[in-house]
Design a protein around this ligand. Structure first.
Ligand code: FE2
Length: 267
């Protein structure tokens, strides 16, 4: 993809998102639109770091940038229509994102193969797992956006947890799970077995933290794991866990997994 096209997409995106702000008429909408607009900017930055580390050529790096810019394009209409970002309560925002790309015809002037990659990457960026029948090149870009997205979501959730614990009473966002000083055995087991946990089986805030730790097993590229290590995301999450042997054990397991992945012989 040409650099000019990415720049056009960036401009289109800014104008598109601007249309969702109510300029103070609806504070809930404005705050939440801002959240996703800022998230998108940061995912673009994470993507730049990843594609530089992976030494992608300029055309592919541009394609990856376009995927980062568009990955959450469904969020804005989702929030406007349903006033929530919870997919189970509203709509699959990846599917909606792909619909918007088609409806707005923003990729009609690019190579059809690249258009399909972007539509697929947007569709599946947040799914629990990727479909197995993707061709290698499409899967590659899907994996890139999934990693870049996770890097920013990790940072964001750590920040939210810290704000919550600093003052639970004034924490402004919805807290989805009970703040009980325990972890569930099946969640600990899943992490130790490198398995994904069904969102519906999370019972406490600390379970949710363990699930976040387990995300590392779903990270596709070493430079993304390196970002996680550099930023000490896992240590920060581990610091939120209750002082229980099984919680410690799961955290240590995950931290050691990342360390072993980043040993020089694996590079
Ligand atoms: Fe998303």
């Amino acid at each position: 993809m040409k650099t000019q096209k990415v720049e056009n997409l960036n401009q289109w995106f800014t104008a598109y998102v601007r249309g969702f702000y109510t300029n103070g008429a609806d504070e809930f909408i404005d705050t939440h639109i801002r959240l996703k607009e800022d998230h998108t900017d940061r995912v673009c930055r994470e993507m730049r770091i990843l594609t530089e580390a992976l030494e992608l050529n300029a055309q592919d790096a541009n394609l990856a940038q376009a995927a980062a810019r568009l990955h959450d394009v469904g969020r804005f209409e989702q929030l406007q229509k349903y006033r929530t970002y919870a997919d189970p309560k509203s709509v699959d925002h990846g599917r909606l994102g792909r619909e918007i790309i088609d409806r707005q015809a923003i990729l009609d002037d690019i190579d059809p193969a690249e258009r399909d990659i972007l539509r697929t990457a947007v569709r599946w960026h947040g799914a629990k797992a990727l479909p197995e029948d993707l061709d290698e090149r499409t899967a590659f870009f899907c994996k890139l956006i999934r990693d870049a997205d996770k890097l920013d979501v990790l940072a964001l959730l750590i920040q939210n947890f810290e704000r919550y614990y600093a003052d639970p009473k004034t924490f402004p966002l919805e807290v989805e799970f009970p703040d009980a000083p325990r972890v569930s055995e099946h969640v600990v087991r899943a992490v130790m077995n490198r398995q994904l946990v069904d969102y519906a089986r999370i019972q406490t805030l600390h379970d949710a933290q363990l699930v976040l730790l387990g995300w590392v097993f779903d990270i596709n590229f070493l430079p993304a794991l390196k970002r996680i290590a550099e930023n000490r995301y896992l240590e920060q999450i581990a610091g939120l866990l209750p002082d229980l042997p099984e919680a410690r054990q799961a955290a240590d397991y995950v931290i050691n997994y990342v360390k072993s992945k980043l040993q020089p012989e694996n590079k």
